[in-house]
Design a protein around this ligand. Structure first.
Ligand SMILES: [Zn+2]
Length: 318
């Protein structure tokens, strides 16, 4: 069973899709969510990033740390990440790997400066891991890791032989295309925690922006995450934006139902006006959403239209 019964900081949470703005965000200190998981939020709050990008440190001073999503190349945030990854003597830079969940500008550009900081401080240089951005990625979302990870791979942090009483921490890589073609989630097996990157958020809705984003892949990846959570008894989701989500399976089911409901609404609008175009369908299909969000919603609408048309061509696929 997962170890996380000793979760340190049970967080107040909101329903997926609810408006965010928790007022208690701060970016200066790491927040201990578990004994072996720290969250440090980057100072990049905004329309698309909510309270800012959550960088996570998994590990402990005896095993070293994995940094998940170093975030934007913000020098102060990178310095704080370096400091939070403490050695047993409290000096920083005890980083074994840096993993980027995907290539977007609020997730991966901090990787190189963090690696450089380790190099300059004389610490062992952590490899930057992840999947290379696909040819469909936008110009500001290019990413090439030092080493590509693959689906199912495990990244293990083990204590050195002298400290063998300390526990290991194992992150399983799960390829989850949909929000971005090169998106991966990470499942901390011993604790049953899913690091969901941008695939699942808390307080905002993931944008699916074709062609690098793909709605059919997104929904399939939700099924993959459901199965991984069942297998590993995962109960919590730690997203890249927003608070931790309890009830992982419930959150995944809610999200899938929300997407399918929106898709049904779009399909109905399209069949009522088959000669129309996305700009005509948008206000009807998203009449419950603030028009300020329509330019972003249009990207996801196009992703749904792509999937609806694909299903019409292959009606046997559920
Ligand atoms: Zn993203």
């Amino acid at each position: 069973m997962p170890r996380h019964s000793q979760i340190l900081n049970p967080e107040r949470h909101s329903e997926l899709g609810a408006l965010p703005a928790p007022t208690d965000w701060q970016t200066l200190e790491p927040v201990a969510l578990l004994q072996n998981v720290l969250r440090l939020t980057a100072p990049n709050p905004g329309f698309m990033t909510g309270p800012g990008t959550n960088s996570y440190l998994v590990g402990d001073p005896l095993t070293g740390f994995v940094v998940i999503d170093p975030g934007p190349a913000d020098a102060d945030h990178i310095q704080r990440l370096w400091q939070a990854a403490a050695h047993p003597d409290s000096s920083g830079g005890n980083i074994r790997f840096i993993v980027c969940t995907h290539s977007h500008a609020d997730h991966s550009p901090g990787a190189l400066p963090l690696q450089n900081l380790c190099l300059q401080s004389g610490a062992a240089v952590p490899a930057i891991l992840g999947m290379a951005s696909a040819p469909t990625a936008r110009a500001n979302s290019q990413f090439i890791p030092d080493r590509a990870v693959h689906h199912g791979e495990e990244l293990t942090l083990s204590p050195n032989a002298l400290n063998s009483a300390s526990a290991s921490h194992t992150l399983q890589v799960i390829h989850t295309p949909g929000h971005a073609a090169n998106h991966v989630c990470l499942l901390l097996r011993e604790d049953g925690i899913l690091f969901s990157g941008d695939h699942i958020l808390n307080g905002s809705t993931t944008v699916i922006d074709p062609p690098d984003g793909n709605m059919a892949d997104y929904l399939d990846s939700l099924d993959v995450l459901h199965n991984a959570c069942v297998e590993n008894h995962a109960e919590y989701i730690f997203p890249a934006h927003g608070h931790a989500l309890p009830n992982a399976l419930g959150a995944i089911a809610h999200l899938k139902a929300h997407r399918l409901k929106r898709e049904a609404k779009i399909a109905a609008v399209m069949s009522a006006n088959p000669a129309g175009d996305p700009d005509q369908w948008l206000p009807l299909a998203y009449d419950d959403v603030n028009p300020r969000l329509w330019p972003v919603a249009k990207r996801s609408l196009l992703a749904h239209v792509e999937r609806i048309q694909m299903l019409q061509m292959t009606p046997s696929k559920p």
